[in-house]
Ligand binder design. Structure first.
Ligand code: GRF
Length: 200
């Protein structure tokens, strides 16, 4: 069993997908802490409804490392081993990343390294791509950059707008994020430089 913490800033649908998979026994993990940097985040209310240890830790107007140290304190209090970023709209400081080396996962709605950063689905459409997708990766010091655990492609259809493409991608995010967390929790991945290999 791995102790997993979730960091989020918004609606929390990826958090719910992870929580469902864990509660259904498909991932050998327990969610020990949920943190939001946004007070009214729907994901935070959903975490409270599910009975998880949850905290709102404000980030606005605060120094990045000061905020990160407070989050790490909360995670340590609950013996966190792995961290899942689930729509967490802040870059982590080197301090935070070094506290959980190769132990932080993120999900991004594009096939990285294409279209890092905000509005990845709109960036995909603006480029005229015929294939979109999503990526679960380990987090390092750079934005949407660390070694890739899983990726899955999604077609771009004629007439798509950011909303229609985003919802098609989101359904696949809800599949690959639990799959990636399962691999991590079962110690079934090996990282060599940028390359992540799956172990049997
Ligand atoms: C998802 O599209 C995820 O890929 C991105 O932020 C969005 C979060 O959605 N990092 P939700 O809060 O999990 O519903």
């Amino acid at each position: 069993m791995k102790n997993v913490a979730i960091l989020l800033s918004g609606r929390g649908s990826n958090f719910v997908a992870l929580s469902d998979s864990i509660e259904e026994g498909r991932i050998p993990a327990r969610i020990v802490a949920v943190v939001s940097n946004v007070e009214g985040a729907a994901g935070l209310s959903r975490a409270k409804e599910r009975g998880y240890q949850s905290a709102y830790i404000p980030s606005a107007g605060r120094d990045r490392e000061t905020f990160d140290r407070e989050v790490v304190k909360f995670l340590d209090l609950h013996q966190t081993e792995l961290v899942c970023l689930a729509g967490f709209m802040r870059l982590l400081s080197p301090y935070f990343v070094s506290r959980f080396p190769m132990r932080i996962l993120n999900i991004h709605p594009s096939l990285l390294p294409a279209f890092p950063g905000l509005d990845a689905q709109q960036q995909t459409l603006d480029w005229g791509c015929k294939v979109a997708g999503c990526t679960v990766h380990l987090v390092d010091d750079k934005l949407d950059h660390g070694p890739i655990i899983l990726q899955r492609a999604v077609p771009v259809k004629d007439g798509d707008d950011a909303d229609s493409l985003s919802s098609r991608i989101l359904k696949i995010e809800h599949q690959i994020y639990p799959e990636a967390l399962e691999l991590m929790c079962k110690d079934r991945i090996q990282v060599r430089g940028r390359v992540v290999e799956q172990l049997d």
